[in-house]
Design a protein around this ligand. Structure first.
Ligand SMILES: Cc1cc2nc3c(=O)[nH]c(=O)nc-3n(C[C@H](O)[C@H](O)[C@H](O)COP(=O)(O)O)c2cc1C
Length: 346
């Protein structure tokens, strides 16, 4: 056991639309690569149930919106019936503990492995996780189909029992690829100007809102990062434009990733600030220091994280080596609860 320092958000209640949160610590979406053949497995019931708590908001690991949306091994999907059925007992287990559960939906876009190529590679801890095939620009006429995949995935998420969805618009995946000038080299209405580059993201938001209602929709954005080469020369303008445009749809929340986190591996300081976006967005803003704080790695290693913050207890250290392995227990459901730590040390 080790103590890892973190900004501790307050244990105070918060009204998130129709949801009554009893504290402001949100479980951030965490890909765990344990959904064999893209179907959530029964071991995920225990994993999410361990981390569920009364009035706590949790966001699921990213779930693919179609069979072409997937990029990493054994990540779950939400596009077919078998997956929806597999999510149901997981969602039920979170609800049984009084948790509020949103499904994060993604399409990885060019970070995909349609054909295995050697380059480029995505590495975690120096281990090659996945290799990607050369990207292909989507035809303008293909885009409505992808937008529709998000719409259907949102409907499926509701069918599975989720309380809402979070559209993954961050980290260099498809939506971010459209938004960022470093990747987007399109010459149609989805490329060029800031407005054009954000069009796809907003079409997805509109379709999902139309399908399940704005009160159940959040979006995650990361204007500052250049993951998977998705950089932008003016991330603040991009973030503010998105925040302002999102106001029109009255979605439940906007979840921005902090600029300090430039890569998944390391934290480094950047000169950027989320403040202009916080000011521009009229709904709930999720980020450390805002309305709600989403925590990833500490939630992964501390199933009872909000309780530990409440009583100022020491925290379990996370083990990076087991973040993405496929073992159904190790580094997944075997992180100790405070009671068992006390029990062992007594
Ligand atoms: C193992 C792991 C998996 C992640 N998977 C996702 C994901 O599926 N979707 C996403 O938006 N972010 C993902 N992230 C980013 C986290 O949600 C979070 O933003 C990041 O870990 C920073 O927060 P932290 O410092 O509290 O860990 C992942 C991070 C880690 C460490």
């Amino acid at each position: 056991m080790d103590t890892q320092k973190s900004e501790v958000p307050p244990i105070t209640s918060y009204k998130l639309g129709k949801f009554d949160l009893s504290h402001r610590i949100v479980m951030a979406p965490l890909t765990r690569c344990r959904s064999y053949k893209n179907v959530p497995q029964t071991h995920a019931i225990m994993y999410y149930s361990q981390r569920a708590n009364k009035g706590g908001l949790m966001i699921s690991e990213a779930a693919g919106v179609s069979d072409t949306a997937q990029g990493y091994p054994d990540t779950p999907g939400i596009w077919k019936k078998e997956q929806v059925e597999a999510w149901k007992p997981i969602v039920d287990a979170v609800h049984a503990k009084g948790g509020i559960f949103f499904c994060q939906m993604w399409h990885v876009g060019r970070v995909s492995n349609a054909d295995k190529e050697l380059e480029p590679e995505f590495r975690v801890n120096g281990v090659v996780m996945e290799t990607f095939s050369p990207p292909r620009r989507l035809g303008t006429d293909e885009i409505p189909q992808i937008v529709n995949d998000f719409r259907l995935a949102a409907r499926n998420a509701m069918e599975a029992g989720f309380d809402g969805v979070e559209i993954h618009g961050a980290h260099g995946y498809l939506i971010d690829q459209f938004m960022k000038e470093q990747v987007n080299d399109r010459t149609d209405k989805y490329g060029g100007s800031l407005e054009n580059r954000c069009r796809f993201a907003l079409e997805v938001v509109e379709a999902v809102v139309d399908e399940i209602g704005a009160d159940k929709v959040g979006i995650r954005l990361f204007p500052f990062a250049n993951y998977m080469e998705s950089g932008d020369r003016n991330p603040t303008a991009l973030g503010v434009y998105m925040a302002e445009s999102l106001n029109k749809y009255k979605i439940l929340y906007c979840h921005m990733v902090e600029p300090r986190m430039i890569t998944v591996e390391e934290k480094c300081q950047t000169p950027h600030s989320l403040l202009p976006m916080r000011k521009a967005f009229k709904g709930t803003f999720i980020v450390a220091g805002a309305d709600l704080a989403a925590l990833g790695r500490l939630f992964l290693s501390n199933p009872d994280l909000p309780k530990r913050f409440e009583i100022n207890a020491p925290l379990n250290k996370y083990n990076r080596e087991t973040f993405y392995i496929s073992n159904p227990v190790l580094g997944y459901t075997d992180y100790l609860f405070l009671e068992s730590v006390d029990h062992i040390s007594n």
